[in-house]
Design a binder for this molecule. Structure first.
Ligand code: SF4
Ligand code: SF4
Length: 438
């Protein structure tokens, strides 16, 4: 017998150790003697808790290949058609000019009707189930609202039922648009990013169609209009690691502004940015502050995390997810063959962040995907090919990390945001569980 490579150990007090297994999600506490015997000395003889440790994957047989177990789970999920999802960039143009935009420097293209027709034909060939989930993306997708309507009507005409998610800066939303989504989609949701409030919001977003002093009011009024229509929505507060304090203030101010409305269909959350620069790497943070990700989790929990499932208010996303300890079969949805991204010019990619970087394209809507493309194959590969990842205790959560970060920044930014704070997250999770079961 041997210890699982997926155990995370967290010391809670002088005589209490918490062990969490990232593959099985089992949690156990050991006193100091048991911890030293089992975890430090790997001595399992006459240990009364051994059956529990075996059952929950903390201890495994000597010949157990844990990487093969991870790969088996990956394979089972990656071969399934879980959701037929197409991310469509209606345009790469935007009415804002955010400093951190990953599309900075790429050509501004508006999708043509010819490309839109190509998408409809591509969907007919690729998606055999009659339900498609579209993610409208940009640039600012609502700048090309006409093409959204065009594709929507064509797909409905082709017999598809549609759901969609609109990733937008929120500045161009109108009542007519909300009405359109309500009429034509079985269900739909919005994601709006707000990184600052009041005039500072205008200075960060640098809109070209409104003065900075008026920009925040326009967006927040649209957010309120969406809430009043009962639209499901995610409000995302991006943050650079070194600016965590500022992001926390923004997050609290937004909650404060919106809490007078019914927020049962709204999730407000913080998200770390992937930025170049050693000080901004969340998985390898070395500033003087408490780790930004830990600060984020603590604040969100205080303000009411876990989030609820946007389509089922009864269904809270689990405590495990709130502490980012939930295992996943894949590093992101883009590992699934049934998901693809289409740029405004009809070129296909496996991730929206790679759009416009032609070396990462995997085909186009007219000819389909090139199955031999090495980037496509990397996204769909069930094998754990990175030696560091094969030894990693959080592999079942991270699954080799974000491919975009890996391609763009190399090994430096490949790791999961919880890497440095995993033990503390386990401790916090354990106490939250105790609190819940009081
Ligand atoms: S590869 Fe990275 S950036 Fe792209 S969708 Fe997946 S997690 Fe997001
Ligand atoms: S990318 Fe880093 S954190 Fe993720 S599995 Fe690999 S080594 Fe672990």
């Amino acid at each position: 017998m041997k210890l699982s490579q997926f155990n995370i150990v967290s010391q809670d007090s002088d005589n209490k150790y918490i062990i969490y297994n990232t593959f099985s999600t089992g949690l156990v506490t050991l006193d100091k003697n048991s911890y030293e015997k089992v975890i430090i000395n790997k001595d399992f003889a006459d240990f009364s808790g051994l059956p529990y440790l075996l059952e929950n994957g903390f201890v495994v047989d000597d010949d157990c290949d844990e990487i093969a177990k991870v790969e088996a789970v990956r394979s089972a999920i990656m071969k399934k058609t879980i959701i037929q999802n197409i991310v469509i960039l209606t345009t790469t143009d935007c009415n804002a000019r955010c400093y951190y935009c990953f599309e900075n420097g790429i050509n501004h293209v508006y999708m043509s009707k010819e490309t839109a027709d190509g998408i409809v034909e591509y969907c007919k060939k690729k998606y055999k189930d009659k339900r498609i989930a579209i993610t409208w993306f940009g640039g600012e997708p609502l700048l090309n609202y006409e093409i959204i309507k065009y594709i929507t009507y064509k797909l409905i005409e082709a017999g598809y039922e549609l759901e969609c998610h609109v990733t937008t800066n929120g500045s161009l939303v109108t009542d007519e648009m909300i009405d359109f989504f309500e009429k034509n989609y079985i269900r739909f949701s919005f994601q709006i990013t707000i990184d600052a409030v009041n005039e500072e919001y205008g200075n960060v977003k640098r809109y070209i169609d409104i003065e900075p002093q008026k920009a925040y009011e326009r967006t927040i009024n649209n957010v309120i209009a969406l809430i009043k229509h009962g639209v499901r929505m995610m409000i995302r507060v991006n943050f650079a690691s070194s600016k965590i304090e500022h992001a926390k203030e923004v997050y609290k101010t937004i909650i404060d502004t919106l809490k007078v409305y019914d927020l049962t269909k709204v999730n407000i959350y913080m998200a770390p940015l992937s930025l170049p620069g050693d000080k901004e790497i969340i998985s390898n943070f070395h500033g003087d502050l408490e780790h930004p990700f830990l600060q984020m989790v603590k604040l969100q929990r205080k303000e009411g995390f876990p989030l609820h499932d946007l389509y089922n208010e009864e269904n809270e996303i689990s405590l495990l997810s709130a502490y980012n300890l939930q295992p996943s079969a894949i590093s992101c949805g883009m590992n699934l063959a049934c998901r693809i991204v289409v740029n405004a010019d009809g070129v296909l990619y496996k991730c929206h962040r790679l759009v416009g970087k032609r070396e990462f394209s995997v085909g186009n809507v007219f000819d389909g995907e090139d199955e031999t493309n090495r980037h496509l194959m990397f996204f769909h590969d069930v094998h754990i090919t990175d030696d560091d990842c094969r030894k990693c205790d959080i592999l079942p959560i991270c699954q080799m990390g974000c491919s975009y970060s890996r391609f763009t920044y190399g090994k430096k930014q490949k790791c999961h945001r919880i890497r440095q704070v995993k033990s503390e997250l386990v401790r916090l999770y354990y106490h939250a569980l105790l609190e819940e079961h009081k």
